[in-house]
Design a protein around this ligand. Structure first.
Ligand code: PEP
Ligand code: MG
Length: 598
């Protein structure tokens, strides 16, 4: 809830009171940002009021002018994206610019206003008619174009009514109840200073994406939307979870002081970069990075990642109109493998599509409970070719780089799912080998692909001993595991108290997974957000996890935390956390240990 701070400010001959309000949310990505608020409204059109015009002639002129302006905006954005070397997105916006002035859309809207329709309603009705025609053609690609037509019409309406823009026109802090991960991924980097949401949660994909973009984020800031006024400035601290609306000088000073203190801490942690991650008595832990594109590799390597523990490849499928081709994927995986070289593995996760990461062009029906629906490996039934293409691309990239490929799948729930992964993997290799047989010259295909499964579903944890006999490694996805063990939607801010992965029920599940893995002699990694939280990393290592895979921005903090304790201390911490009654108590033990060492 907001609380206010007032400050008496003076200027010659003038006294006034300025007031800021501070709102407590949950920290979601570290860093401090100050800038204008830019409000994201997912259903912006629902609240658009009709506009009044004196004649059909005026209505027509305003629609045509709005369409021109929308087209110009889109062209500028497309140019900016192409300058930023983001050709895929540039192409989409370029095509939308043409749609904005497409006679099929605009002439129909004009026809409707001539017959007495109100202009906003006319543009929306014209777009609906055009989109329905495309959607009825029963083709996934054209269905995606239908969404574009509606998107373009929404922009024209916003220009027409003078309501907010689709993207901020200057560097801003994105504010809203929630934002889809694709919006953040789509936003030109320089425009995004931070993200402050009244909803969402630290393990929702929007927050994960903010961390991987290095953008401060606060979520579940209740009361935020009521407190902000238009584009008024806000300040936010992604480490404490505080958002300040209309910050005054004293607020900014306090944030600058915090930043200075953290700077000292972070510089000390960064000094350990380049050294292997160990506990203070020399227990070695592999410290890997989570990435979502080969573009993230440089940042990960600079932060001392020993490889990639989770390449979230579904991001390669976003911001486009059709899946990336096999050759495009070969190029992406090859770039990541080359960046890390032969000695630092890159674990490629097969696209985890579904849940809150939907891909419109796949044309999949909406599901009532997407997190319990057809997600990740479950796509093998209806989208088999999509997974096979990915696996063929991984084999080919490995052949071209001479690197041993590593793959894993998410949402694995049954032994049958594990077998599906293995048979897709082998079928893909056979396909690549067959293609290579006819080629004049080709690189040798590796004999094996190191294959693992993510453990994020309770049934997978229960079946760990059986799974462990079939695969080379486990990677525990603590975000989904927590969601499924506690039956609490990871994106629902009202369930924040059920979303802490340090809950003993989750820890006991993890302990069972580790026991199953150790019995079969396979390695266990953890790649959910708990691994990047120093308190969580200490408990996970105490439980016996061999590897932590975290966002690049969290590598220094985790490495420094581990270096402060012996393996024995961490095992004792894990034992206490396992025996605790709730997540707060378990977290309290970890905090106490960390504080004692300071
Ligand atoms: C997880 O669930 O912990 C995980 C790492 O996968 P994602 O967050 O991408 O669902
Ligand atoms: Mg997951």
């Amino acid at each position: 809830m907001p609380h206010s701070a007032s400050f008496l400010t003076s200027r010659p001959n003038q006294w006034w009171i300025s007031v800021s309000s501070s709102i407590a949310g949950l920290p979601a990505a570290p860093g401090i940002a100050v800038g204008p608020a830019w409000r994201f409204r997912p259903h912006g059109l629902a609240s658009v009021a009709p506009i009044s015009v004196r004649s059909a002639g005026e209505a027509e002129a305003r629609i045509r002018a709005a369409a021109e302006t929308a087209a110009n905006q889109l062209t500028v954005l497309a140019r900016r994206l192409s300058e930023m070397d983001r050709p895929g997105e540039a192409e989409i916006l370029g095509a939308q610019a043409m749609m904005a002035v497409d006679p099929a859309l605009i002439d129909e809207a004009v026809r409707l206003v001539r017959r007495g329709s109100e202009p906003v309603a006319a543009v929306l009705a014209a777009a609906d008619a055009s989109a329905d025609l495309l959607a009825a053609l029963d083709d996934a690609l054209l269905a995606a174009r239908a969404a574009d037509v509606r998107d373009v019409a929404a922009r024209v309406v916003r220009v027409l009514t003078g309501t907010h823009a689709d993207l901020p026109d200057k560097p801003s802090i994105v504010v809203g109840e929630d934002v889809p991960p694709s919006l953040l991924a789509e936003m030109p980097a320089g425009l995004l200073l931070g993200m402050a949401l009244s909803g969402s949660s630290p393990t929702a994909h929007a927050a994960i994406l903010a961390r991987s973009l290095g953008i401060p984020a606060v979520v579940a800031a209740e009361g935020l939307l009521e407190a902000i006024r238009g584009h008024a400035p806000i300040a936010m601290d992604g480490e404490s979870g505080e958002v300040i609306v209309d910050p005054i000088t004293a607020d900014l000073q306090s944030l600058a002081d915090r930043q200075a203190v953290r700077g000292v801490r972070d510089r000390a942690a960064a000094e350990l970069r380049g050294r292997p991650a160990t506990t203070s008595d020399g227990q070695r832990i592999s410290l890997m990075a989570n990435i979502r594109s080969p573009d993230d590799a440089a940042r990960a390597i600079e932060a001392g990642a020993e490889g990639v523990g989770l390449f979230r490849t579904e991001y390669l499928f976003m911001r486009r109109k059709s899946p990336p081709s096999e050759d495009e994927q070969v190029a992406a995986y090859r770039r990541a493998m080359e960046a890390f070289g032969p000695d630092r593995p890159v674990v490629i996760r097969l696209a985890d599509i579904g849940g809150d990461k939907t891909i419109p062009y796949l044309g999949r029906a909406e599901e009532p409970n997407p997190f319990l629906g057809v997600r990740a490996i479950r796509l093998a039934r209806d989208c088999r070719e999509l997974l096979l293409t990915q696996l063929r691309a991984i084999w080919r990239a490995a052949a071209l780089t001479g690197v041993t490929p590593h793959v894993m799948a998410a949402m694995v729930a049954t032994v049958g799912d594990v077998e599906t992964l293995l048979s897709l993997r082998d079928e893909a290799r056979a396909g690549v080998a067959e293609g290579a047989a006819g080629a004049a010259e080709s690189a040798p295909i590796p004999e094996r692909m190191v294959t693992g499964v993510m453990i994020e579903v309770p049934s997978a944890a229960m079946m760990a001993p059986e799974f462990a006999r079939l695969v080379d490694f486990f990677s525990i996805g603590t975000n989904d595991l927590t969601q499924y063990v506690l039956a609490a939607d990871r994106g629902n801010p009202s369930l924040a108290r059920l979303q802490d992965a340090l809950h003993p029920a989750v820890l006991r599940t993890i302990a069972a997974v580790i026991a199953g893995a150790k019995e079969a002699g396979i390695r266990v990694a953890a790649c959910g957000e708990l691994a990047g939280d120093p308190a969580g990393a200490l408990v996970l290592v105490g439980l016996g996890v061999d590897e932590l895979s975290v966002d690049s921005g969290s590598l220094d903090g985790v490495r420094a935390a581990l270096a402060g304790f012996t393996g024995t201390e961490l095992r004792a911490l894990a034992a206490k956390a396992l025996a605790s009654r709730d997540a707060e108590t378990a977290r309290g033990y970890a905090k106490e240990l960390i504080e004692r060492r300071r």
